[in-house]
Design a protein around this ligand. Structure first.
Ligand code: IPE
Length: 264
């Protein structure tokens, strides 16, 4: 069976979240190598990535998620441009690595085609469907335009994942690649004895710690909510450890792997 895969590389996976603009090039490269394997096996991939320290730190410093604040509007507008340009830079690390592995890609920065934040944003998702076969469409969490006085806001890559997975025809796999954790855990991952939850249904309680210090979007809670929403329309919705990209092929070819399968 040919798989149609929509995949997100979390910002914490592909950047060092606490140091301003430090990409994890080795991790990006090993995932792009795996994507080239998936494409050469005849499957299709749409790629979304998060921001990590290329977005959250400045967005937090200038409160970009809350929209325009007249008292600091000048600094905010400057920060909006910087975050957008930093996100393009991070995306460049991803697309360079894809090219290096022989994969063609097309980048669709949300600042150019999205209006509004959250999963009901406006924008033509058809652009992801219109790329030639074998080409990987790439997009990412970004600062986008919003209506009214707020002027701008933050669109999370998780919201892109939800809309793309549910609205593009026949998506078979929706995969969230996480950093340093095998999937959803029953306790915060840094707590001793925390165990992987192999199958998770919406409504089952998890204990999480969400680092609101650095994170301007929702962390694992938003991801879990989006993922269970997606599982209403996509059969295989998974959280997988992005430091083990071979698990992606294993899931596609064998039907299961180490990770958390999300049910609605
Ligand atoms: C956030 O996107 C975008 C910005 C802060 C500009 P995400 O919510 O998808 O990023 P990560 O995965 O949490 O880093």
């Amino acid at each position: 069976m040919v798989a149609k895969v929509v995949m997100k590389l979390g910002g914490g996976l592909i950047t060092d979240k606490s140091s301003f603009k430090v990409p994890k090039k080795g991790v990006i490269d090993s995932i792009c190598k795996e994507i080239s394997k998936i494409i050469s096996n005849g499957h299709s991939v749409t790629l979304i990535h998060g921001a990590g320290s290329f977005g959250h730190l400045l967005a937090k410093e200038w409160s970009l998620a809350g929209g325009l604040d007249p008292e600091i509007s000048e600094q905010q507008r400057d920060a909006v441009l910087r975050v957008r340009s930093d996100m393009l830079e991070l995306c460049g690390y991803v697309t360079n690595s894809l090219s290096h592995h022989g994969i063609k890609c097309e980048v669709f920065p949300p600042s150019e085609w999205v209006m509004g934040t959250g999963s009901s944003f406006d924008g033509d998702l058809g652009i992801f469907e219109d790329v030639p076969k074998g080409t990987v469409p790439v997009s990412f969490g970004d600062v986008v335009r919003v209506g009214g006085e707020a002027e701008f806001g933050i669109l999370s890559g998780d919201d892109l994942m939800a809309r793309i997975s549910l609205e593009l025809p026949s998506v078979s796999h929706c995969i969230f690649l996480l950093g340093d954790v095998d999937g959803m855990m029953d306790l915060p991952p840094n707590v001793e004895g925390s165990k992987l939850i192999p199958i998770w249904s919406a409504g089952e309680r998890i204990e999480t710690t969400h680092n609101a210090e650095q994170d301007v979007t929702g962390g694992i809670e938003l991801k879990a909510a989006r993922a269970s929403q997606i599982s209403g329309g996509v059969d295989e919705v998974w959280f997988i450890n992005g430091n083990h990209p071979e698990r992606i092929s294993q899931l596609i070819e064998e039907g299961t792997t180490i990770g958390t399968k999300i049910l609605g």
